[in-house]
Design a protein around this ligand. Structure first.
Ligand code: AMP
Ligand code: MG
Length: 493
């Protein structure tokens, strides 16, 4: 079927969230950004809206990205929500700088809700300025599209508009707006706000909206709220298993940053773990390490418990507990499947858990780069006397690692298959390229100092094929240079 390509003026909107009662949001237009310039656009994301590729280079498109043009049919609004931030309940947050433009239906009848991040003050801005800095929009933009290419559920990013407007964080920076896409931007905190206010009718309306819009197969059943909660719990468990397997640390797993659809949401001080360390904390502002790598699975469950609590007016406590009880099993199962695949193992066998955890202990002891190690392990040759120095050189304690490799060889021999096939399987799950902080930083420095956005586009293309060997970009797979040790990412964005 030939799909009619769309322009900004011909997008089809059907704004279901905007039809909820006014208590759920505040309608308002984005604040215009003076003299915007296009920083980058993801053609893959544009295709989700059937946008004509030529349109994405137009003035009109740039104006939409910048918040200067509200496309016909859009109904801009800031969403209300609350949230537990670092364990403490904050009764009212809401979109302090994000503006939902509306919900688009594409030719395949898929629905994408467009949201501007950094589009100016809203009634929920509290004391902040409603803006986002170019630095943080570049990180979110690249990581959203990179996570999608890794097969990890995430919000998508359509593009960035920048401007000379000054924004003050630790230093003065410039403003930018990110346009992101998701089937829904509803968060755990969207439910928490109505539970806290004892507005149970709104709570029910929100649940009905989410079920009808995103889980229509539950609609009309007597236990629809319970099934909805189970679905969110299980999606969250599987999402975090995927984060753990790829070494992704979110950094700010507050309940207002948890998607009701199990998407990775709100990229701030995230990071891909480099030197393996279970206690790794990627967010410089997280002094206690609440959101450390090894805590993420527990925090995922804790956050689901806050959602379950918020849903207690709709679901009997016993059923809430039963839904939460599913988290651990779903997480463990998904994590085991993903880790087996990372090691190239096809069947599950006794002793696999120890094989995996003993290897992770060696990685931690040596501070070996997580991504580089698994890519190299794919090239391990199980033949007697084969040259495996490429992977052995990643470990300092050769004797301990050789002992582990002997166990691994024996384990591989216990299932049929050959090294070449295993390498192919492993390459399909162990990325060669991830968004390392220093790679993002190089792109940010070029963009902010020279207004040169070419590195952003280069990284975007590279990360859209994270599992492919891209020999011309070998340097992008290298461990971080010494200067990268000084990069600190914090909540400031
Ligand atoms: P975050 O830590 O980015 O998830 O944001 C937490 C809350 O603070 C959300 O309600 C945001 O909308 C709000 N917020 C963060 N930065 C700003 C800003 N520069 N202006 C207004 N609100 C903000
Ligand atoms: Mg947030």
């Amino acid at each position: 079927m030939h799909t009619a390509l769309r322009h900004v003026n011909t997008l089809t909107f059907d704004n279901r969230y905007a039809r909820l009662p006014p208590a759920f949001y505040r309608k308002l237009d984005p604040t215009p950004l003076a003299a915007p310039y296009l920083v980058s656009v993801s053609d893959d994301a544009a295709a989700l809206l059937d946008l004509d590729p030529a349109e994405t280079r137009s003035e009109r498109f740039l104006d939409m990205l910048a918040g200067n043009l509200v496309p016909p049919g859009a109904e801009p609004l800031a969403m209300l929500y609350a949230g537990h931030q670092f364990g403490t309940f904050v009764p009212q947050l809401g979109d302090g700088r994000a503006i939902l433009l509306g919900e688009i239906v594409n030719a395949k009848h898929e629905r994408w809700t467009l949201q501007l991040k950094g589009a100016g003050e809203t009634p929920f801005s509290r004391t902040a300025d409603g803006r986002a800095v170019l630095r943080s929009t570049i990180r979110e933009y690249l990581c959203s599209e990179a996570m999608h290419a890794l097969g990890i559920p995430t919000t998508r990013a359509l593009g960035i508009a920048g401007a000379d407007e000054t924004v003050y964080r630790e230093t003065s920076e410039t403003a930018a707006v990110l346009l992101r896409l998701a089937p829904s931007h509803v968060r755990f905190g969207s439910f928490e706000v109505f539970y806290h206010r004892r507005e149970h009718e709104y709570l029910k309306q929100l649940a009905d909206h989410v079920i009808e819009a995103h889980f229509p197969h539950f609609a009309g059943t007597s236990d629809c709220y319970e099934r909805f909660l189970i679905e969110v719990v299980e999606r969250t468990a599987r999402l975090i298993a995927q984060w753990q397997a790829v070494g992704f640390c979110h950094g700010v797993m507050n309940t207002d940053n948890m998607s009701i659809l199990g998407l990775t949401l709100d990229y701030g001080p995230f990071g891909f773990m480099e030197a393996f360390n279970p206690g790794h904390i990627c967010n410089h502002s997280d002094e206690q390490g609440r959101y450390s790598y090894e805590n993420q699975p527990y925090i995922g469950l804790w956050n689901c418990s806050r959602l379950a609590q918020a849903l207690t007016p709709l679901i009997p406590a016993e059923q809430c507990n039963a839904a939460l009880a599913r988290y651990e099993g779903v997480f463990m199962e998904k994590h085991a499947v993903l880790m087996r695949a990372k090691f190239g193992l096809v069947q599950a066998m006794e002793g696999d858990d120890a094989l995996v955890s003993d290897l992770l202990a060696l990685l931690a002891e040596h501070g070996t780069d997580y991504t580089i190690f698994f890519r190299a392990l794919g090239r391990f040759n199980a033949q007697q006397g084969a040259d495996n120095d490429a992977v052995r050189d990643l470990m300092v304690n050769r004797a301990a690692f050789d002992a582990w490799l002997a166990r691994y060889s024996a384990r591989l021999a216990a299932e049929s298959g050959n090294d070449a096939d295993r390498c192919m399987r492993m390459d399909a799950v162990n990325p060669k390229y991830v968004l390392r902080n220093h790679l993002a930083q190089i792109a940010i420095d070029k963009a902010t100092r020279q207004r040169d956005f070419s590195e952003i586009d280069r990284l975007l293309k590279l990360l859209q094929r994270p599992f492919d060997e891209q020999p011309e970009h070998e340097a992008y797979a290298a461990p971080p240079p010494d200067w990268a040790k000084g990069i600190e990412v914090s909540c400031s964005s």
